[in-house]
Design a protein around this ligand. Structure first.
Ligand SMILES: [Zn+2]
Length: 308
């Protein structure tokens, strides 16, 4: 092989005699250069693979961010559903309570009416008694008048006159009492007629309200069932351990997933430690606020909606 093929032999060396020592030297140089070249190829290879690895790392990180963002979006949707379900359940619970309050009003007014009816019956009974008593009084007054007419002497006449006067006064006061009773009975009857009309109006309004309430309750129950279905579907898309954590935070805090804005937790308004803030900005893991223990995320992470 020519000496300069590999560019190893110095230009003048080809003229020198090929002694075994020279040949050995050439071989050593050849081997050295070949090694150098191999190393260069190796370096290139190492560089190439490391660049691929670099890309892979970035790709991996991007995928992680997208995965996390998906989880957070599902969690937020889950949270919105849970809040809505709770709101509707509260409205549902409030309906029977409201109806019960109106029903209690009706019962109270009906009891008043019953009491007044009993009073009226008692007044009417007393009126009947007084009317009977008046007849007795009138008979006694007539009797006193007879005695007066039949008086035989002035003593009897004086006594009969006193009795007659007393009887007349008795009749007059009884009549006055009866007149008062008649007025009271009329007033009571008028009042009761008004009350009875009010009770009837209230009863009709309650019936109407109950009907509307039943329709509203059925509507709410339908909506709740629909939301629950959607919620269960969403929950299946969240990792079980994340869902468990979400559930326990929600039980204690109500709001379980919050953003971190300018380093501040939007759930408790406390600052996030810088190291944790860095982790959040990397966006590859689910983290919780050290102060309120809610699930937190960096708000910018959620802005890239196209990646979902
Ligand atoms: Zn917090």
């Amino acid at each position: 092989m020519p000496d300069n093929v590999l560019g190893l032999a110095p230009q003048g060396a080809s003229a020198s005699p090929r002694t075994p020592t020279n040949r050995l030297g050439e071989l050593i140089r050849f081997a050295a250069v070949a090694l150098l070249r191999l190393r260069r190829i190796g370096t290139v290879r190492v560089g190439f693979f490391s660049r691929c690895g670099y890309r892979r790392t970035f790709y991996k990180q991007d995928t992680e961010v997208v995965k996390l963002r998906n989880q957070l979006k599902r969690l937020e949707e889950l949270q919105r559903h849970d809040a809505k379900i709770q709101e509707l359940e509260n409205s549902l619970k409030a309906i029977p309570a409201k109806l019960a309050a109106t029903q209690a009003d009706l019962t109270r007014v009906e009891a008043l009416l019953t009491g007044e009816r009993a009073q009226l019956t008692e007044t009417e009974r007393y009126y009947g008694e007084q009317k009977g008593q008046l007849e007795v009084d009138e008979q006694q007054a007539v009797g006193a008048k007879h005695k007066l007419a039949q008086a035989k002497n002035s003593k009897e006449y004086m006594a009969a006159q006193r009795e007659s006067e007393t009887r007349r006064e008795g009749v007059a006061s009884r009549e006055a009492e009866i007149a008062k009773l008649v007025e009271a009975i009329e007033n009571k009857k008028r009042l009761m007629a008004e009350r009875a009309a009010d009770v009837q109006t209230l009863r009709q309004s309650i019936e109407k309200d109950s009907e509307a309430a039943r329709a509203r309750m059925a509507e709410l129950e339908g909506k709740i069932a629909e939301l629950r279905g959607e919620r269960d579907h969403l929950a299946k898309e969240v990792k079980p351990e994340v869902l468990k954590r979400y559930g326990s935070i929600r039980m204690r805090r109500g709001l379980a997933v919050v953003s971190v804005k300018n380093g501040t937790c939007q759930g408790c308004n406390m600052n996030i430690p810088p190291q944790l803030y860095n982790v959040l900005q990397r966006g590859i893991s689910i983290e919780t606020c050290p102060s309120c223990h809610r699930i937190i995320y960096w708000e910018e992470i959620m802005k890239d909606a196209g990646a979902v």
